[in-house]
Design a protein around this ligand. Structure first.
Ligand code: PMP
Length: 425
C-alpha cells in the first residue's frame, strides 16, 4: 500500500515493463511529476536538464503554451474520430504542410500511430507496388548493418540482426539481405570502394529485392554512425539502376535535427518512400506518417487488392494532427537553421575536446546531435545516477553517451550537460 500518495514505485517495479528492461533485475526508474521548457522535474524536487528530448521528439520544450493551447482547442472539438470514411481539418492541414516541407515527389500520405508502424506501412507499400506491376519475385528487402527501424516484426527484420537479436525469433522473422554499414564519415573524405561492395549486393540480389531501407546520414540506435552523403547518393543511383525502391527512415532525423529539414537533403536525393514520426508533434503525442510518390501510390491502387492494406484505429488522430500542425508552424516560423547551427557550434567547441580523455574513443557531432563514444561499455544505471546528481538527464547505451537536446536549449545549459559528462570520463 502506498500511503504517502507518491508515485508507487513498488507497483511500477513489479508490474510495469519499461523499454528494454528485465522484470527480474530492472534498471532504476525515476518518478517524474512534470516537465517544462528544457527541464524534467522529479518527485523528490530534483530538476533535470533534458539532453535526450525524450528520444528525439521534443523540439520546442515541454509544456509549451502554444502547443498546449492547440491540444485544448482541439479536444473541445473532438479528440478522436475514425478516419475510415471520415476526414477532418487537422489531418488535411497537416497533409498540406508535410507535402510542402518534404521532397517534391512525395505527394501521398499515410498517417499512422508510431514510427514502427510507419515502417511497416512503408514495407507493405513497396511489396504491394511490385505485386501490382505483376512482379512477384521482389519479396525481400536490403538494409544496412547497424540500422534501426523499430520493434514490430517487419521493422525489426531490417534492424541490425545482432543488435536486435534476430536469433531470438529465428524461423518466424523474415530474413533479408544486409549490406555492411557505411564507413566513410560525414565530414571526411569519401572512400569510393564502399560503392563497389554495395553494387555487388545490388547486382546479386536485385531480382528479389523490393526496396532498400536505410536511415539517411545518421544511423541512430544502431551506433550513432554519421555517414557520408556520397554513400546515400550512390544508394539512390543503384536503386534506380537495379529497379529497387528506396525507403528512407527519417523518424529520428526529420524536422531539422541534422541541420537540414530532412537528412536526405544533405545528399540532394529523394526517396520513393519516406517515414517520419517522433518530432512530428514536437514530442507531444504519438503520430507518424509514411509518404510516397504518385507513381507508387497509384501503382498500389491498380494492384490486385486495389487498396493499401492498412488502417489503424487511431489513424490521423485529430489531437495529434492538431499539435503537429502547431509544432511545424513554430518550427518554420523560427530561425531553425541558425538554432541548429548554434547548437552544433556549441557542441563542437565544448564536446569535441572530450576526445582527449583516455576513456574516450571518439567524439562526433552533427547538427543538434553530440556523441561521445567510450572505449568500453558504460554502466547505464551508475552513469544515470551520477548525471542526475549533476542535474542532467541522459540515457546512454552500449559505449555511447550522447545528447540531442530540445532546440530551445541554450548554450549555458548545453555546457552544463557537457560538464556533467566530463565528470564521468
Ligand atoms: N526508426 C527509427 C530510425 C527510430 O529511431 C525509431 C525509434 N527509435 C523507430 C523507427 C521506431 O519508432 P517508434 O519507437 O515510434 O515505433
Amino acid at each position: 500500500m502506498n500511503i504517502n500518495n507518491t508515485i508507487d514505485l513498488d507497483f511500477d517495479k513489479n508490474h510495469l515493463w519499461h523499454p528494454y528492461t528485465s522484470m527480474i533485475n530492472p534498471l532504476p526508474v525515476y518518478p517524474v511529476t512534470h516537465a517544462s521548457g528544457v527541464h524534467i522535474y522529479l518527485e523528490n524536487g530534483e530538476k533535470l536538464l533534458d539532453g535526450m528530448a525524450s528520444w528525439w521528439s521534443v523540439l520546442h520544450g515541454y509544456n509549451h503554451p502554444i502547443l498546449n493551447e492547440a491540444i485544448k482547442e482541439q479536444v473541445d472539438q473532438m479528440s478522436h474520430v475514425m478516419f475510415g470514411g471520415l476526414t477532418h481539418r487537422p489531418a488535411v492541414e497537416l497533409g498540406k504542410k508535410l507535402i510542402e516541407i518534404t521532397p517534391p515527389s512525395l505527394t501521398r500520405i499515410f498517417f499512422a500511430d508510431s514510427g514502427s508502424v510507419a515502417v511497416e506501412v512503408a514495407i507493405k507499400m513497396a511489396m504491394q507496388y511490385w505485386q501490382s506491376k505483376g512482379i512477384n519475385t521482389k519479396n525481400k528487402l536490403m538494409a544496412l548493418s547497424k540500422g534501426y527501424h523499430g520493434d514490430t516484426f517487419a521493422a525489426m527484420s531490417v534492424c541490425d540482426p545482432v543488435n536486435s537479436m534476430h536469433s531470438l525469433y529465428k524461423g518466424f522473422l523474415p530474413e533479408h539481405y544486409f549490406v555492411p554499414a557505411p564507413t566513410s564519415r560525414f565530414n571526411d573524405a569519401f572512400d569510393g570502394s564502399e560503392i563497389k561492395v554495395l553494387e555487388q549486393h545490388f547486382a546479386e540480389h536485385h531480382n528479389d529485392v523490393a526496396a532498400f531501407i536505410l536511415e539517411p546520414i545518421v544511423q541512430n540506435a544502431g551506433g550513432m554512425n554519421f555517414y557520408h552523403a556520397n554513400y546515400l547518393k550512390a544508394v539512390r543511383e543503384l536503386c534506380n539502376k537495379y529497379n529497387v525502391l528506396l525507403i528512407c527512415d527519417e523518424i529520428a532525423t526529420g524536422f531539422g535535427r541534422t541541420g537540414k529539414m530532412f537528412a536526405v537533403e544533405h545528399a540532394d536525393i529523394e526517396p520513393d518512400i519516406l517515414c517520419i514520426g517522433k518530432a512530428i508533434t514536437g514530442g507531444y503525442m504519438t503520430l507518424s506518417a509514411t509518404l510516397t510518390s504518385d507513381k507508387i501510390a497509384l501503382g498500389i491502387s491498380e494492384g490486385e487488392a486495389g487498396v493499401m492494406m492498412h488502417g489503424p484505429t487511431f489513424m490521423a488522430n485529430p489531437l495529434a494532427c492538431a499539435v503537429a500542425n502547431k509544432s511545424i508552424e513554430l518550427l518554420l516560423e523560427s530561425d531553425w537553421q541558425n538554432t541548429i547551427s548554434r547548437i552544433e557550434t556549441c557542441l563542437k567547441t565544448h564536446l569535441t575536446p572530450l576526445v582527449s580523455y583516455d576513456s574516450v574513443a571518439d567524439v562526433r557531432i552533427l547538427g543538434a546531435i553530440g556523441v561521445v563514444e567510450m572505449k568500453h561499455p558504460v554502466d547505464v544505471a551508475a552513469v544515470q545516477k551520477h548525471l542526475i546528481s549533476k542535474g542532467v538527464w541522459l540515457r546512454p547505451f552500449g559505449k555511447l553517451i550522447y545528447m540531442m537536446p530540445p532546440y530551445v536549449m541554450q548554450d549555458e545549459e548545453l555546457i552544463q550537460i557537457i560538464d556533467a559528462i566530463k565528470t564521468m570520463l
